[in-house]
Each structure stands twice: as C-alpha cells, then as structure tokens.
Design a protein around this ligand. Structure first.
Ligand code: SF4
Ligand code: MSK
Length: 667
C-alpha cells in the first residue's frame, strides 16, 4: 500500500500499488526514468535549434529574446516557432496516416478485396456521402463506399482548393479561415510545406510561420481526424452508450488476457470478433483457460470500448504497469504512444509483445503484420499465440482487483439523439440549458497522462472541479481513460459531485457529467458538437465565442499539440499543462494567445498550475457568457428553458429509433 512519506507517481491507487510492487522487485518504469532524466531546460522551452549542422544552437541568456542569434542569425522567436511547427506537423502526420489507412480499408471493403469486414453503419455512410456531394439514392452500398473512400483519399494529396470537410464548419468560422489564409488544402501538402518552411534558411517570421502551423493543424482536425472518425463509424458502427469497465482489475486470473494497445481500430476489431468465436474459445479451453478476455490500453482500447464495451486497463502511463500485473498473455500493439520499454519489461514476465503495423517495429517483439485485406487471419494467429502462452503464466506480478464501471460511447450523433430522439434530435436543449445558466459551459478534457506529474491526477482534479461548477465535460483519449479508471464516467458521478444545474440535466437524460467521446482522433467529434451548437442558434453563430474551452492537462504527445492548435484555429481557447514548449519566446507566446484570440477567437496557453488552469477555463467561459449576453452564471439559479426529454419520453416518440443506422433493437 501507499507509503505516505513518498511523493506519489500516479494518482491512481491501483497504479501506485503496482509501481510500489515494481520498486520492491527492482523493475523500472517510465516513472523512474522521468525521475532520473530531468527535461533539458533549453529544449523544453523551445530555445534549441537543431535544424542544420552549423548548430545545434542554444539561444539562451538574460537577453536572449532581443540579442541571441543562431549561427545563421535566426532569432529566438523564429527558433521557438519553428520547433512548435514541427510538433504540429508530426502530430498531424500521425493522425492523418492512421486516417489514410482507414480510407484504404474502406476502399478494400468496398471493392471486395477484403471480405472480413462489412459496412456496419449504412446510415452514416449516406450521411457522409451527402456531405461530400456523392449520390447515394438507389445505388449499391459498396459503390457509394468506394466513391466516399476515393474522395477522402484525394484530400491527402490535394494540391489546391480546400479540404472537403472545411465546409462542415460554421460559415463564419470558414470566413475567418479564409480571411487569414489558414484554410487547409491537402493534408500531405500542409505537412510538407511546414517541414519546408521550417528548414534552415526558409521562413523566419514567427507570425507567418505560426499561421502555417494553424493551417496544418486544421488539416489534421477537419481532415485526418474527422475522416478517420467517420470511416471508423461507417465500418464498425457509430458509437452509442455502452457499459464497460476500467482499471487493472479487468484482467482475469482464469482466462487468456489478450490486450490491444495503440490507436488503430482495424486489427483490434478483428481480434474482438475472432476472439469471441467458439473455435477460438475452445482453443483457449484446450490450453486450460476458461475463455478469452479481451482488454485494451490507450486509444485502441477507446475504439473497441466505444463500440463493444471492451474494458480498458487505462491510458498511456498504465502500459508498463499492466504488464507488471503478470496477467497479460499477449499484448498486441499497432501505432503511436507505445513505449519501447515494454519489450524489456515483458522479459521479466511471460507476456508476449506483438507488433502488428508495417510501420512500427520494436526490438525483441514478435512481429505479426496486419494487412487490411485479411485481418481475421492475423487476429487468429495473435489470439492463438496468446492462448498458447496462457500455460506459461506464473504467480509473478502485482495482481489487482480494483475496477470501475463506466458508460462510454457518446458520439455526436448520439448526443443529438439524446436531446430529442430520432425525429426531434437537436442541440436545442443543450443550448437552452447553457443560456439558462443550468450548464455554465462545456470543456473538452483531453490529451495524455504523463509521468512528469502524479499521473492522471490533474485530469481528475480538473474533472471534479469543473462538474462541481456545472461545466459539462466531453472527454477523449487518455483523459477519458483517467476519468474511467477513477470511476468518474457514471451517472452517479453527477448525482454525487455535479453542481445543481448540471446534475438536473444529467438526471433528466440519464447521462454521466463526463461524456466519453472516444480515442484522441475522435476529438473531431468535439468539433462537430461545437459546430452543431453554433448552427442550432441562441449562442454564438460560429465556434469562436462559445462558452467552451479545451484542456489537455498532462499532454505529452505531438499529436496533442496538433489537436490543441486545431481547436485554437477553430475558435476555442485551449489550456495545456506543463511548461510551455515556446516559453522561451515572449513574442511567440503573445502571438499564440493575444493575436490568435483577436483573429480566430481561439488561443493556446501553457499553464503548469492546475488551480490556475481551472480558474483560466472558468474565466473564459464566464467572459464568453457575458459577451453573448447570457444570464450570469450563479450556482443553483436558473432562467427559463425548455424541458429536457427523459429516456421514456424519447422512446414514445421513436420506438425503434437509432443512431447512425443502428436500431434500438440491436443495442
Ligand atoms: Fe543554428 Fe540557424 Fe542552423 Fe538553427 S538553422 S541550427 S539557428 S545555424
Ligand atoms: S493515446 S496521444 S497518450 S491521449 Fe491516444 Fe493517450 Fe495522448 Fe497517446
């Protein structure tokens, strides 16, 4: 149990218990390495340039902002902006390359090159086809799907014009993008141009550089991420509320524990399907197990949790700890946020680590490559390996029984549906509740968990305080995993902890005060929700100006930076935790806060103090309410609003209504 004289490394009690068990068994984790390796203070604040071999140049000193220059003469502002842009480009590449693979999978399904998957959500396919101006009435489903996949694939290589999905944004938001020249063209084009402009001797004006950063990030949000979300829904179903569980207690002592980790849903979907087949269960039994228990980590977990209720062992910093339970028979990883340390740690247990992406290998892992043309074959091979490994399990490990129930599966389509049913679904009740002061505002709580702080602790603090202040939270990625592993993703959380207004809203609809929207790529769902709120009317008529804020309190990945910037470019003030990666330059910091706020009504702040993060978020929300001339927020005092419909009332209106093509009967 916790030794109270020592600082905690994780704010999760089970996680902390495993960390302590590991310490007593001389096992090293990211928490130990974070203690040992202090961040480089020069690189941390963006003051080190290494884009050419005259450097690396460290632009430090008391007057660095005014006087320091690299060998080429680059200023601190140029260097900090360039470094930041390269983070945006890397983050955009990650989401978008994942998205490209999803488009290729859709194409393979549509052309019959893979028969392992079928299009599950035809209604969503038609909705997307409609947005893309693709005729769908009276056509074969696969023909429409082929056109959709090919149209999306053009978005990656488009040289001119604009991304297809830019038109989904509110008109006023689009106008701002056009006015300041940040409407994205092709996804790959923006990334390449960013890499070009940040190379030695090209673009040196920090504002001009950052403007390209905004355009690249928009290509991520309204391109890579949104395309990926939509194709995943089309192929595997649009999420709707579903029960699941979180934390390390999800692993079973008497079943084969097969864990999926990373970000891509395709192979994981096949593992879920093949893993539940009688053939595979019988195989597991032949090895002495009672069955197969599939669990997840990070965002692959979020993908299969949202659609199948697969339990999650948590987010990024839980991956080594999961292995230390000694209960994982096979850990299959795809791409992104996978610590290479897991192969070394797994040698101390029986756990097999399997890399599956042609793009990602780790030394000492077993490589079983996934190909979108025959996912079930690969899934079968991996599952057999897990079953074969079950008899090798020993007693070694920190076994944990704690787990929490949760409700996930809140797509933007479901959120619309829950506010009025199939025929009357809208965002009117939410907008009304905000206008009346029942809901003070909305916060997107997202991003990674990080061993540089008491991991998951800032997520939990911010989540608790926001809901106490009547702020509705939409969460994704490891933010959702942090909340789920703390038991926060339940309706009871609203009853016990939410402010009076938010509690009433949650009670009326029967939802948690924190809505789990999916993986980090599904932050695109928040863009859609904000767009729907703007289009509904009564608040701001663009995304900018809404009583809404984005917070990534423990971010670590470049993907989080790309996400933060696409929210800022879309009109949302964003607050990130930790030291600022542009903190060395006052000029770059000013542009990203004051100048971006003036132009786009969004901004990007870095604030390590959780209390200040919270205060800043509430201040943004209250100022937005004031500017929109909404009723002043006072806890427990509300204006008049329409009555929210409860579940029973909705069922009367829509006896078999579904979301994105799935009927109630199929839930
Ligand atoms: Fe130094 Fe300029 Fe080269 Fe950067 S580009 S490493 S500042 S010489
Ligand atoms: S997994 S990007 S640690 S959210 Fe999406 Fe989590 Fe951050 Fe990776």
């Amino acid at each position: 149990m916790s030794n109270h004289n020592k600082p905690v490394k994780s704010a999760g009690s089970s996680a902390e218990e495993i960390i302590e068990w590991g310490e007593s068994h001389e096992m090293e984790t990211c928490f130990d390495r974070a203690d040992r390796l202090k961040p480089c203070p020069i690189g941390e604040t963006g003051a080190c340039c290494r884009v050419c071999h005259m450097g690396p140049c460290r632009l430090v000193g008391k007057n660095a902002e005014e006087e320091a220059r690299g060998v080429c003469g680059a200023t601190l502002a140029t260097v900090a902006a360039r470094n930041f842009l390269r983070m945006i480009a890397a983050g955009t590449s990650a989401h978008s390359d994942h998205s490209r693979d999803m488009a290729n999978t859709l194409l393979a399904v549509a052309t019959g090159e893979t028969t392992d998957f079928k299009i599950k959500d035809v209604r969503k396919l038609y909705k997307v086809a409609g947005i893309l101006d693709i005729e769908f009435e009276g056509r074969e489903v696969n023909e429409v799907a082929k056109d959709v996949a090919e149209t999306f694939l053009q978005d990656f290589g488009r040289q001119n014009g604009e991304l297809n999905y830019c038109k989904r944004a509110p008109e006023k938001t689009q106008e701002r993008w056009k006015k300041y020249g940040i409407t994205p063209r092709g996804i790959d084009r923006e990334v390449v141009e960013t890499m070009h402009r940040t190379a030695v001797g090209v673009d040196h004006d920090p504002d001009h550089l950052l403007t390209q950063g905004l355009r690249t990030a928009l290509a991520d949000g309204w391109g890579g991420c949104m395309i990926s979300t939509d194709i995943t829904d089309i192929l595997f179903g649009t999420p709707m509320p579903i029960k699941a569980e979180a934390s390390f207690g999800i692993f079973k002592e008497d079943e084969v524990n097969m864990v999926v980790h990373g970000h891509e849903p395709t192979l994981a979907e096949a593992i879920v399907e093949v893993g539940s087949s009688q053939e595979m269960i019988d195989y597991a039994k032949s090895k002495g197990a009672k069955g197969i228990n599939i669990g997840g980590m990070c965002c692959t977990a979020n993908e299969v949790l949202m659609r199948h209720g697969i339990p999650t062992a948590g987010g990024f910093t839980n991956q080594e700890l999961g292995i230390m339970t000694g209960l994982i028979d096979a850990l299959s990883v795809d791409v992104q946020c996978i610590m290479p340390a897991i192969t070394q740690l797994s040698k101390k247990f029986h756990t097999k680590i399997i890399t599956t992406s042609p793009k990602a290998m780790i030394q000492d892992a077993i490589h079983i490559e996934h190909d979108e043309h025959h996912p079930n074959k690969t899934a079968r091979e991996i599952l057999k390996l897990a079953c074969d490994n079950f008899p090798n399990r020993t007693k070694e490990g920190s076994h944990i029984s704690e787990k929490f129930p949760l409700i996930g599966g809140f797509s933007d389509e479901y959120i619309e549906y829950m506010q009025g049913g199939k025929w009357r679904g809208s965002y009117r009740p939410l907008n009304d509740a905000i206008a009346a002061g029942r809901v003070r505002g909305v916060v997107g709580l997202a991003g990674c968990d990080n061993p540089r702080v008491a991991s998951t602790g800032i997520h939990k603090y911010i989540a608790r305080e926001l809901i106490k202040n009547d702020v509705l939270i939409v969460s994704t990625g490891c933010g959702s995993a942090a909340c789920g592993s703390a038991g926060y993703l339940t309706p009871e959380m609203a009853l016990e902890n939410a402010g009076p207004g938010l509690r009433e809203v949650c009670e009326a609809i029967g939802i948690p005060p924190i809505l789990h929207l999916g993986a980090c790529v599904d932050n695109s769902r928040i863009l859609t929700i904000a767009t729907n709120m703007a289009k509904e009317g009564g608040l701001s008529d663009e995304i900018g100006g809404m009583p809404a804020v984005g917070i990534a309190p423990e971010w670590m990945s470049e993907k989080a930076i790309a996400i933060g910037v696409y929210f800022a470019a879309s009109g949302v003030p964003v607050i990130f935790g930790g030291e600022s990666p542009v903190g060395a330059s006052k000029e770059v910091t000013r542009i990203m806060t004051e100048v971006w706020m003036e132009r786009y009504m969004g901004a990007m702040h870095f604030e390590p103090d959780p209390e200040k993060m919270l205060a800043m978020a509430l201040d943004y929300i209250d100022k937005a309410r004031e500017a929109l001339k909404l009723r002043k927020y006072e806890p427990g005092k509300f204006g008049a609003e329409r009555v929210l419909m409860d579940m029973a009332a909705r069922r009367v209106i829509t006896p078999h209504a579904g979301v994105g093509g799935i009927n109630d009967a199929e839930r």
